[in-house]
Design a protein around this ligand. Sequence first.
Ligand SMILES: [Zn+2]
Length: 287
Amino acid sequence: MSNSPLVTYTNLTPYNCTKPRRGNILYIIPHCYVGQVTAKRGCDGFYPNGRGASAHYVIGYDGQIGQSVDEANRAWTTGGSLSANGYTGATMDHYAVTIEVACDSFHPYAITQAAYDALVRLMADIAKRNGIQELKWKADKSLVGKPEQQNVLVHRWFAAKACPGDYIYNRLGDIVAQANKILRGDDDDMTEADVKKIVKETVASEIKAAVKAAVLEVMNETNPVYKDLKDVPAYWQDAAKSLLDAGAVNGGTPVEVNATDLNLRAETLKAAVVAVQYVHAMLPGGK
Ligand SMILES: [Zn+2]
């Protein structure tokens, strides 16, 4: 088990937690702190002996993240006398990482945008480090205890409380969706359709290049390039030389540099040779 690298303030309480937790981390439970505190003030408040409450992380109103309990231990956050599917909040805390988020002290317990963004990042980080591939939120109390269907829980199911407050509760779908985007590594707004298009284009260009190479290979076999006069077969040598001498063909190099530069494909040279022979045949006295 590890702790979040996003933390900027740590004050682990030796008192208000159970060491170690009973099992693996399967859930995340966000709470509302009820007060626009800093991460430091929130964590310091959970420190003293006898406080009887704590959380793994406290997100301040400015988006700073503090840590009060090591993830290896059970924080005392989701108390209450109610149970859901036979589970109490205290039991679920043995399998959860809990987060207190600074918020207004009145309904709907609104949180700042900085705190909202930090909550998204922290939830993605907790999931990633603990092997949770996807965060799932269905707002369905009957799924408590079934982490494969719902692994985000709320305090109000285990206590007569508003926690995490309507502001967070009503936005948990969006918070979880944003965190999942980070988890999947595609938080740069690239859609599945974009990815498919890129794959299609890449495959198409690879096929095109492969076809081009194959065609070129066949062509070089059946229609080779004669780079120089010396490459030309003996039966076309004379005709090719007269074409070069007349300046009718040129391989691209100035005559002064390379007078025998040809750079013609067999088919092209053949056409030129035929033309030369035709002209010769038509000339008076031609053979
Ligand atoms: Zn709570």
